[in-house]
Design a protein around this ligand. Structure first.
Ligand SMILES: C[S@@+](CC[C@H](N)C(=O)[O-])C[C@H]1O[C@@H](n2cnc3c(N)ncnc32)[C@H](O)[C@@H]1O
Length: 252
């Protein structure tokens, strides 16, 4: 359950600086190879459609589109970076907490939360806000670290009978999980939090806020191993997806 601790708005402080360096201007390997191409395909933006993104970070998605776009993020550091990188006059970036009531000036045809729902302390409120600022029949694209197979500190690999198995210590329970940027470097270590929810909990948050799930995709890693474990590692990579993408439509 949530613990009361005011320092848990870490994204508005030093964690933003760490993430900015980690991900860089072009995005991580997975952003480039899977997440952004997949998000653009599912968004399928028509010329006149406007996009609203919650937890936009340094604007990695925003910079890939030409449509009118609004990105909100808790981190002033990341929003400054997004504004520096993105000179499109139809793109707006604002510092804002999407887990509090959000006030905008217009409604949008499409919405996105890219690897951010898992970092929102109150994802229910974020989805409610998104529902409020999407037009009827508008679509929300959610991309998250796969909630069944990638639970920080609770998912691991074991090798048994010549196979690589995925093992988990939790799934159904909701957990707030502390993430350390540099666990072995106390001085520079930055803490942030990841919030685990089961797939049924996420589906309920969507349904309660007026969304119907129209599609779920599960995306695999394109990496290949080398060395004597390569065969079983590559096989396991083809079995256990890294990301889950959800397309949800706001019903009238
Ligand atoms: C893992 S990053 C993903 C950023 C970006 N979508 C990307 O793919 O690079 C999670 C983002 O969620 C933002 N975030 C966390 N809590 C937030 C909140 N309550 N309101 C708005 N943004 C928040 C963080 O500042 C961070 O930029």
């Amino acid at each position: 359950m949530y613990k009361k601790d005011s320092k848990k708005t870490a994204w508005s402080g030093e964690v933003g600086k760490w993430y900015k360096t980690l991900v860089g201007k072009e995005g991580s390997f997975y952003h480039q190879k899977i997440v952004i191409p997949g998000a653009l395909r599912l968004l399928n933006l028509k010329k006149e459609e406007k996009l609203l993104e919650f937890g936009c970070g340094q604007g990695i998605l925003g910079r890939q589109i030409v449509n009118e776009y609004m990105g909100l993020d808790l981190s002033p550091e990341l929003i400054t970076e997004a504004k520096n990188f993105d000179k499109n006059e139809k793109h707006y970036y604002w510092v804002g907490d999407v887990c509090q009531p959000v006030k905008l000036h217009k409604t949008y045809e499409k919405g996105a939360m890219i690897l951010s729902l898992q970092n929102f302390k109150k994802p229910y409120i974020a989805i409610k806000n998104m529902s409020m600022w999407l037009k009827d029949k508008g679509e929300l694209i959610l991309i998250i670290n796969h909630p069944a197979f990638r639970i920080p500190q609770h998912s691991d690999w074991i090798v048994k009978d010549g196979k690589q198995w995925r093992v988990e210590s939790i799934y159904m329970s909701h957990e707030e999980i502390e993430i350390k940027s540099s666990p072995f470097d106390r001085k520079n270590n930055q803490k942030s939090f990841s919030y685990h929810w089961s797939i049924s909990a996420i589906s309920e948050m969507l349904l309660d806020n007026g969304f119907i799930i129209s599609k779920i995709e599960e995306w695999l890693s394109p990496k290949k191993s080398e060395g004597k474990m390569a065969r079983i590692e590559d096989k396991a990579r083809q079995e256990f997806p890294l990301f889950m993408a959800v397309v949800a439509k706001k019903y009238e």
